[in-house]
Structure formats: C-alpha cells, structure tokens
Ligand binder design. Structure first.
Ligand SMILES: Cc1cc2nc3c(=O)[nH]c(=O)nc-3n(C[C@H](O)[C@H](O)[C@H](O)COP(=O)(O)OP(=O)(O)OC[C@H]3O[C@@H](n4cnc5c(N)ncnc54)[C@H](O)[C@@H]3O)c2cc1C
Length: 384
C-alpha cells in the first residue's frame, strides 16, 4: 500500500521552498521533493543574489509586492544570518520613456519612497554609473538585494523545524488520479500517494507531467556575468546599489552588488535579451563569445569602475509566459494538482506571497479570488 503524504510539494526552487515553508507554518504535514540537490545549478533559483524592488515599472504588482516585503522581513526575523541587504535600487533609462517614468509612476501612486534624479545627480551620488546622453534615473531607497541561496535554504530550515520532510535526488515521473487520490510515480521506483500536490517544477512545467501549460510556458537559457572592479579596494554596496539600466534600443540590463564574499564582484545580465531556446545538454557549456563581447562592450561604456571583461559567466533559466507574468492555478486535467511559476525572470521577489497563495489554495481557497491576474485562462483565445 503506497504511503500517503497528504500534501506534496514537487520542486524545491524558490517557489516550492516558499510553498513548503508557508504550508508548514499552517501546521500542514508536507513532503518536499526535488530531482536535484539543494543547490541546483540546473534550476532558476540558485545563486547569491536577487533584487527586491517596489517601484515596479512592470505595473500592477504593488499590493503583492507589499505583502511579499512583509514575508521577507518575517523570514529575516527568524534567523541571525543576514538575508536582506539594504542596497537601494537605481533604475536608469532614456528620459521620459520606458523604465524610469513607469517606475516613478508606480512609486508615486503607491507611496513608495523614491528620488527622481538627473544625470548630473547620479554622477555625484553614484559615480560607478555612467549615464549616457538623455538618461535619467529613479532611486528607490527601500529596494534591497536578497541573499538568493540563503533565503531559500532558510525557508527549508524553517519548514523542517515545523515538521516538513524533504527528499532530494528523486524525480516525479508521472502523476495521475487513482481512486480519488493522487498517485505519484518517482524515479527511485517508489509510488507514493497524496491528496494534494503543489507542482513548482520551474522550466519542467512545460513538460508532460500535466498538460495544462505545455503550449504556454517557454523555457529559455539566459547568460549571467560577474565583473571585478578595476581597483581592488574593498567595495561596498553604498556606491553600487542593485540596478536596472535601460538602453535606447530597449535592451534592459540588471545587476546586483557584492553582498557576500562567496560571490565577489558585480553580477550583471540582460533581462530581455540574449535569451535562447533551452537545451539542458548545453546549459553547462561556456556562454558564447558573441554574447560575452556584447556584454563587455556595454560594461565598458556604462560602468567606468569595472573591468569590462567578466571574470565569470554561466547560463541560467528563465521560464517565460507569453505576457511575462506568472501562472498559478489548479490543473483541469489532474484535479488536486496546483501549479505555480513561469516567473518570467522576475518572480523571485514575490516568493513569500506566492508560497502563501499555494498554501491557501491547497486548503480550498479559490485562485480566482486570491490571484485572478495569474490565471492561465487569460491566454484562452476568446480572452485575448
Ligand atoms: C540569472 C537570474 C536572475 C534573476 N534575477 C531575479 C531578480 O533579481 N529578482 C527576481 O524577482 N527574480 C529574478 N529571477 C527570476 C527568479 O529567480 C525565478 O523566477 C525563480 O527562481 C523561479 O523559481 P522556480 O521555483 O519557479 O523554479 P526553479 O528554481 O527552476 O525550481 C524548480 C525545481 O523543480 C525541480 N524539478 C523539476 N522537475 C522536477 C520533477 N519532475 N521532479 C522533481 N523535481 C523537479 C528542479 O530540480 C528545480 O529545483 C532571476 C532568474 C535568473 C535565472
């Protein structure tokens, strides 16, 4: 007779870890499974840093961001390790178009503390940034840089302390409804049962486990680079906040300062550029030279204090939805399976709140009331 675990969360990236934490906080017995190891280089959530910002140029997310901010602070209060680094966030772009006016509009409407800055003011306060002609900026004082791996591991710590179980190196191969229960076939040959499953499998949401998202989710490979300072003085994030830097042709760079010694230097990537179709067999290969050269050219002109050649680079995964927003819901094909993510390269910062949605969903609260904007039905033909 297969063991019944009640609730199982599959995928221990940031969305699954946050779901596990939130479920365990509510006293729900839960098992977390992942096919990889706790630091999984073939997921989207590994690495030392992620940006949290509320002056959100993408629009429409502020209420969720405010609750996510509370969630991050709640997690921070549970440990002495520093999880949140108050670096501020500097968002730069062409005058009166794109990221800067949209970020400022969100901040103004939502009461997010911010400062609009001219190129000259940026040169005085943040000399590590070179503003090309016709650029302006918004500085969000309260933005911060999240210690990426550490927050995820802390969520898992807390979940285990609350009674959750964890299994790594164990892949969910098939899930089906049998006699009113969910039957999960695992790669170690075992079959377990559950009443509810949270599927937080990142790029694998495009795969065959549930068909609901197969034609909607598009996993892509995207490179990320690390840069050293030209002068080797000890750097601090007061002169290098987290940032977005929009170029005139729409390419958008993002970056984070060094927040701990394990990941030295400045991390920079393109948010909306240099993406290619995901082929897992290629993920460990070096980033191609044309991409690296393009990034080095940008760094040479935008960041005068950095060496233009990255000292390291690697490929990461974005799981994109057609409108670059998120996907959450209950599978129509396999009821009792709740899927989450397609976080389109900007979902990490929302994780404590998304985990809370998943915990409420498995207890019967309808997504249509909690998070209607993330319903997959928005891509139905009639809805477009
Ligand atoms: C380089 C980079 C920088 C980013 N920067 C930011 C940022 O600054 N701010 C921000 O908000 N967001 C950022 N993002 C986006 C954010 O990191 C992702 O949206 C988020 O990590 C997605 O997490 P996930 O849990 O959905 O997926 P993943 O992290 O990919 O987790 C999925 C997990 O499921 C497991 N799995 C898959 N299939 C199975 C199976 N069948 N059985 C068992 N386990 C399975 C995998 O092993 C994996 O561990 C960034 C993303 C990248 C790649």
């Amino acid at each position: 007779m297969p063991q019944n675990f009640g609730t199982v969360v599959v995928g221990m990236g940031i969305m699954g870890s946050a779901s596990l934490w939130r479920l365990s906080q509510q006293g729900i017995g839960v098992l977390g499974l992942d096919s990889g190891a706790p630091i999984n280089l073939l997921g989207s959530s590994h690495g030392g840093s992620r940006i949290f910002r509320q002056a959100y140029w993408e629009g429409g997310y502020l209420p969720i961001l405010k609750r996510a901010d509370k969630g991050w602070r709640q997690l921070q209060a549970l440990t002495d390790r520093r999880l949140l680094n108050f670096t501020g966030g500097l968002f730069i772009g062409p005058v009166q178009s794109g990221v800067v006016p949209k970020s400022a509009a969100t901040a103004k409407a939502g009461g997010v503390a911010h400062r609009q800055m001219t190129a000259r003011q940026v040169a005085e306060d943040f000399p590590a940034f070179n503003l090309l002609s016709n650029r302006e900026a918004v500085f969000e004082e309260g933005a911060y840089t999240i210690a990426g791996d550490d927050v995820r591991l802390e969520m898992l710590n807390q979940a285990v302390l609350n009674g959750a179980q964890l299994r790594y190196g164990c892949r969910l191969e098939k899930i089906e409804r049998v006699a009113g229960r969910l039957s999960l076939q695992l790669s170690d040959g075992q079959t377990i049962e559950a009443d509810r499953v949270v599927l937080a499998t990142g790029a694998s949401l495009a795969g065959p486990l549930i068909p609901d998202l197969a034609d909607i989710v598009r996993p892509s490979s995207v490179p990320i680079y690390w840069f050293n300072y030209k002068h080797r003085q000890e750097q601090h994030f007061t002169d290098f906040p987290a940032f977005l830097y929009e170029l005139h042709d729409g390419r958008l760079l993002y970056g984070t300062p060094q927040i701990d010694r394990s990941e030295p230097g400045i991390k920079i990537g393109f948010h909306n550029h240099q993406q290619s179709e995901l082929d897992l067999a290629n993920q460990r290969l070096p980033v191609n030279k044309a991409f690296t050269d393009e990034m080095a050219e940008c760094v040479a002109s935008l960041f005068p204090r950095l060496l233009a050649q990255p000292y390291a680079s690697k490929k990461c995964i974005y799981t994109m939805s057609p409108d670059e927003s998120f996907l959450m819901g209950e599978s129509k094909e396999v009821p009792g399976v709740y899927y989450v993510s397609a976080c389109s390269g900007h979902g990490f910062k929302f994780a404590p709140e998304i985990g809370d949605y998943m915990a409420r969903a498995v207890q019967g609260e309808p997504f249509a009331e909690m998070a209607p904007m993330f319903a997959v039905e928005r891509f139905d033909k009639g809805a477009r």
